[in-house]
Design a protein around this ligand. Sequence first.
Ligand code: G3P
Ligand code: CA
Length: 302
Amino acid sequence: MFTRPSLPRGTIGGMRANSSRRAVLAAVAAAPVMAAGVSAAPAPAEAASERPLVIAHRGASHYAPENTMAAFDLAMDLRSDLVETDVQRTKDGVLVLVHDTDLKRTTNIEQRYPGRRSYAVKDTTWAEIKTLDAGSWKAAKYRGERIPTLSSLVRRVKERRSGLLLELKSPSLYPGIEQQIDRIFRASGFVSYGRATGKVQVQSFDFTSMKRYHAIDPWMPVGLLGRPYRWELDDLTWADQVNPNYLASDATYVRDLHAQGFVSYTWTVNDEIGMNMVLDRGHDGIITNRPDLAHSVLLTRG
Ligand code: G3P
Ligand code: CA
């Protein structure tokens, strides 16, 4: 039976979740992944000082095709603290990493299987999906990139001692997906011990799904995508993060979130001006297609 030490709500490893938030973020991100057989190379976050996290949106997707192993590997090469990706489920129950609920934009499915009534992920089998080219739409050099499974990314992130921010995309289409994800994480020993942050975290626009996940594993940091009203926050304290679009956030809102003990990442910020703006607001992480730029902005700010 899987057990983790119990700490009072609002604490991470004995520290108050809302005291010196950035120190806590860095400290917990630096905590070892519960992994057997990982290499001894230092994790990117282990080198991190007290600073907001750099989170690679769909991998380093400015440079490589989103949600492919090429984009994830590049994100880790670029020292992202967490790799953000989107999980959905095939017709035959395999968890795969793809953003859209259908496969037309980022793969060659229409050429490969012409005339189908549906190109939805949920209507396509893994045997079919694994043959699709998920790279050519971005650039010819990425031809042959595949849609990865969640299990394959968990293995890779563990090997590289990096971290994962997993978005449950349209989970209402996939009943029981929270339990299924939890089984994969536990089977691979890829678990978080912190309530507010950790080596693996989940988020969704679907708050009900996140509440279900929290019930399944109260130790998994769960994030709410969007910008709940201030008056709604009191009922959402079971969640660990509130992660708004950067166009919808402001310094007062971030201050209110922190006062309530939430961590807040913001998305999707791909230019220097935007990055400085969200850092000034006090966000705890930048979700970006360009993790290299985020590091350079952080470096410039000192
Ligand atoms: O991580 C936040 C962001 O990924 C949410 O939007 O559409 O890119 O999944 P989307
Ligand atoms: Ca996403």
